[in-house]
Write a protein that binds this ligand. Structure first.
Ligand code: AMP
Ligand code: ZN
Length: 120
């Protein structure tokens, strides 16, 4: 199982997916897992991660693009289920210049309040 999913020993999000670190689960299927951010930056702040350890957007390729597409279907479903009809922001920090702190691909879903216009 861990071979198939390619868990990384010291990765916080791999540990969350395995259940070794507790999290507040929002959604799960065979390909991805979603949970509430421990340090929320908006009233609703959810992280969507692939179960397979992919480091960042920089590792997205034709090999895993179907998985990433699926993650966006999940993002839209979670946003509907969370009642974010006013809109939301989807962010993925990629690499050190972007401030990525956990090197396991994740999409932040931020919503529940009118956001500032400064960032993109
Ligand atoms: P980034 O800075 O884009 O890599 O985002 C990493 C995010 O993971 C941050 O928003 C953290 O608050 C969040 N985070 C780190 N550890 C945990 C954890 N154990 N449970 C939930 N969220 C976490
Ligand atoms: Zn990982």
């Amino acid at each position: 199982m861990s071979d198939v999913l390619n868990f990384h020993e010291n990765c916080v999000f791999c540990k969350i997916i395995k259940g070794d670190i507790p999290s507040t689960k929002v959604y799960e299927d065979n390909l991805c897992y979603a949970f509430r951010d421990i340090n929320p930056q908006a009233p609703t702040h959810i992280l969507v991660v692939p179960k397979a350890h992919i480091q960042s957007v920089a590792e997205v390729s034709s090999k895993n693009e179907a998985l990433v597409g699926h993650m966006f279907t999940v993002i839209a479903k979670i946003a509907r289920d969370e009642g974010l009809e006013g809109g939301y922001r989807v962010i993925s920090n990629c690499g050190p210049d972007a401030g990525q702190t956990v090197p396991h691909l994740h999409f932040h879903i931020l919503g529940g309040a009118k956001m500032g216009e400064r960032m993109v």
